[in-house]
Unconditional design. Structure first.
Length: 217
């Protein structure tokens, strides 16, 4: 999965939205290996906008064809991306998948664990998340780990101006019917004290979003 957090200035939001809904999402969904893309706006938290893109494999995010597309964007894409005021890009391997259907709300939890503790972290989440997903109003959750090599492929190919990632940040997506429900699930599971045994030195970054637009094939 590719996940992007971004923002633009208020005066650019109308064009930004039209670009996502009329060009960018469709362009990505029709790439080899891509199947579904969705975008969200923040209910609480920052950055303001979030987009998710689901692929067969994280390797689909570093193919020559995909990197060529990044290096040769349409004029509209160049115009919009040039006005980003925030851009965080994560190329993620799915470690756990408890998804069931689609919900209108998504809470994201980002943190950086100690790499040697990754197996223990997966084991803990494999036990902790099913109870959260079982709560009324929840429809699923997924645990993802940023792949550093794939994340840095665009910079390595000089196909886009993007700072190199040097830490494997993790992302947990909690999906449900209502933002209050997904936010509550995140607060219940991802207390700072609960993450400390896995080497997470800082409080996780949490944001709650509502669904705006999506497409799939």
């Amino acid at each position: 999965m590719l996940v992007v957090f971004n923002e633009v200035k208020r005066r650019d939001e109308a064009d930004f939205t039209e670009w996502y809904n009329r060009e960018h999402i469709d362009e990505r969904v029709n790439l080899p290996g891509f199947h579904r893309a969705r975008r969200y706006v923040a209910v609480k938290g920052s950055p303001k906008y979030l987009a998710t893109y689901e692929c067969d494999s994280v390797k689909d995010l570093a193919t020559p064809g995909y990197l060529h597309l990044l290096a040769n964007q349409t004029p509209w894409s160049q115009s919009v991306t040039g006005r980003f005021t925030h851009f965080t890009r994560m190329t993620l391997r799915v470690q756990l998948d408890f998804t069931h259907g689609e919900g209108g709300a998504l809470t994201t939890v980002r943190f950086v664990p100690n790499p040697p503790m990754r197996r223990a972290l997966v084991d803990w989440l494999n036990k902790a998340l099913p109870a959260a997903v079982a709560k009324p109003g929840m429809v699923g959750a997924a645990v993802l780990e940023n792949d550093i090599e794939i994340a840095n492929a665009p910079a390595a190919q000089r196909s886009m101006d993007h700072p190199k990632a040097d830490q494997a940040q993790w992302l947990v997506l909690l999906e449900g019917a209502d933002p209050l429900v997904t936010a509550s699930a995140a607060r219940t599971v991802f207390k700072t004290a609960a993450l400390k045994p896995f080497g997470v030195a800082k409080a996780p970054v949490v944001g709650t979003y509502r669904f705006l637009f999506g497409n799939q094939r």
